[in-house]
Design a protein around this ligand. Structure first.
Ligand code: CP
Length: 303
């Protein structure tokens, strides 16, 4: 695999994570007009095998802002329909002169079959296992709010079993000494993810990250009838939000199902950082592309 690929958060040292956050912050201020030097620019392709709004279009925005030309691959009109494999598709892009690929796939660890590819790949989400750029934008949102990670309490709530956001965020936040707890339906507990009671954990949390039910991955609750309200049982209601500590924030990777995992009025309330997360997504993806194409970090952040 190319050394500047970003497939999982484990591909990054703590120092590299801080460099990316620092570069992302610089893109929002001192380096807002910075572009990839002309000699390092590469044609980029976005290969999305799963629907996406935020990740796909923020990568497009980042590519445009950095001065890169990019194309969107359409699986339905491609030779995948004639039986070509993902590996051969990716090797084809490499042969055609593309220098950077952004890939999202429903398959856990799809990149394991791409080991011999010689151009950098950025993982835009694989199955239920990794979403590194979502994790980085979540880290940036938390860092911008609190100025550090050490000792912060982060509560991740909902469909933990099928969530790549939960998996990537747990790994990265714990590396920076945040305390991470999970809550939600018992059926969606996940091995190695410490669950606790949602209502008891609300006043503990500095950040609450709500998760969407990943129905496309088969998420279903056997103990809920059609008349049960998921919001009342497991979601962030206004009553629950009122028990959050002062200064605590609400996050969600989105798309949000308003009125299911979170009360619609909370999505844009004063505690919510949900749309801020999306803005940070463009900045972080610029920083990740900059790294992938070999530019040095602008400077260092000390968390
Ligand atoms: N958060 C996220 O990955 O959203 P999209 O599926 O819209 O890209």
């Amino acid at each position: 695999m190319h050394p500047k690929s970003l497939l999982t958060m484990q591909d990054l040292t703590n120092e590299e994570i801080l460099d990316i956050l620092n570069d992302a912050k610089a893109f929002s201020s001192s380096h807002s007009d910075w572009q990839i030097p002309v000699s390092s620019r590469k044609l980029t392709a976005n290969l999305f095998f799963e629907p996406s709004t935020r990740t796909h279009y923020s990568f497009l925005s980042a590519q445009k802002g950095l001065g890169l030309d990019s194309v969107d691959f359409n699986p339905e009109t491609s030779s995948l329909t004639k039986g070509e494999s993902l590996y051969d598709t990716v090797r084809t892009f490499e042969a055609l002169g593309y220098g950077l690929l952004i890939i999202r796939s429903p398959q856990d660890g799809y990149f394991n079959e791409l080991e011999s590819v010689g151009i950098p790949i950025i993982n835009a989400g694989d199955g239920k296992t990794n979403h590194p750029t979502q994790c980085l934008l979540d880290l940036l949102t938390i860092y911008n709010e609190f100025g550090h990670f050490d000792g912060l309490n982060v509560l991740i709530v909902g469909d933990v079993a099928h969530s790549r956001v939960a998996a990537s965020n747990k790994e990265a936040l714990e590396r920076f000494h945040a305390n991470v707890r999970f809550a939600g339906p018992k059926e969606w507990e996940r091995e190695g993810f410490p669950f606790s009671d949602f209502d008891e954990s609300i006043p503990w949390a500095d950040a609450i990250i709500m998760l969407r039910i990943q129905r496309e991955r088969g998420a279903k609750l056997s103990d809920m009838s059609d008349n049960d309200s998921y919001l009342e049982r497991y979601g962030l209601t206004k009553e629950r939000a009122a028990k959050m500590k002062p200064g605590a924030i609400i996050m969600h990777p989105a798309p949000v199902n308003r009125g299911v995992e979170i009360d619609s009025d909370l999505v844009e309330c004063e505690k919510s950082r949900i749309f801020e997360q999306m803005k940070n997504g463009v900045l972080v993806r610029k920083a990740v592309i900059k790294r992938a194409l070999g530019s040095e970090p602008f400077g260092r952040t000390h968390c």
